[in-house]
Ligand binder design. Sequence first.
Ligand code: TK8
Length: 338
Amino acid sequence: MKTLRRTLLAALSVAALTCSFQAAAQDIKPRIIRFGYGLNEVSNQGRAVKVFAQEVEKASGGKMKVRAIGAAALGTDVQMQQALIGGAQEMMVGSTATLVGITKEMAIWDTPFLFNNVREADAVLDGPVGQKVMDKLQDKGLVGLVYWENGFRNLTNSKRPVNKLEDMDGIKLRVMQNNVFLDSFKTLGANAVPLPFSELFTALETKTVDGQENPYNTILSSKFYEVQKYLTVTNHVYSPWIVTVSKKWWDGLSKTEQGILMDAAKKSRDFERQDTRAEADKALAELKAKGMQVNELSPAEANRMREKLSAVNASIAAHVGEALWKETQAAVAQARGK
Ligand code: TK8
């Protein structure tokens, strides 16, 4: 009797499994996903988009295909965001900083020196505060899936080594299209000019601007070392990237399809953070080998910069709302205490 029951149960569960597989298969339609990004194919961003594409194809049995399109060939971050909102493009990855015009709360991530290290960044971005800020995108026609690491930003320029605050005076510095960055660098005495990333290399080459700030990985993969002589280790802010989906398109997907994208996004995030950190560890030495002159700020000068920049905190808090500001500070303190 017992064996019969076991056999029956086994048969039943096989039937249930087959059923759910069939249901899942019917739930996945052939789809082409245009996934745009700003950096080159050979960059931490490009490599992680590839991982995302492979995971989606594998999990969907080849039905969902990701067309990865890099080097801003589909447009700047801001243009792609509009294409996603309108439903003309399915997915992208870009800087949270370029989303501030759409979702003001994203400005919280532009707070200078918010995180001391990547452990704090991961804890806050993957925690309730990160989720809350990401969820704000939904009202604006975007669905945020995960945060990737762009990284701690450092300053480069073609004019002179920046050893002290005063050395920033009059340096024409490209910043992301975002008021916090504009204010931050004006506060430091630079002549800050907002420009899309896709125009940056040419602007540096033609000396339309003297400098820029980005993580080591990007300075390397975008070959900024060819047009920038001086690098100052400032680590003035941690930049996240965010993977977003057109809400118009997302709402038409089955739960199975949405699950496949979410799973792949998480896998790509874990890959991307590891890959980015490994690359960043070696990048400074590579940039030196390429001829960049690198300097660190003395602790006294680093403190002066930190203090100067803290002047923008009040305006960020006002911009994102005091409640979110406080919640973020508490989440950072909690991560720091662990
Ligand atoms: C790439 C940008 C880039 C960002 C910038 O599209 O604009 O400087 O750091 O990574 O999002």
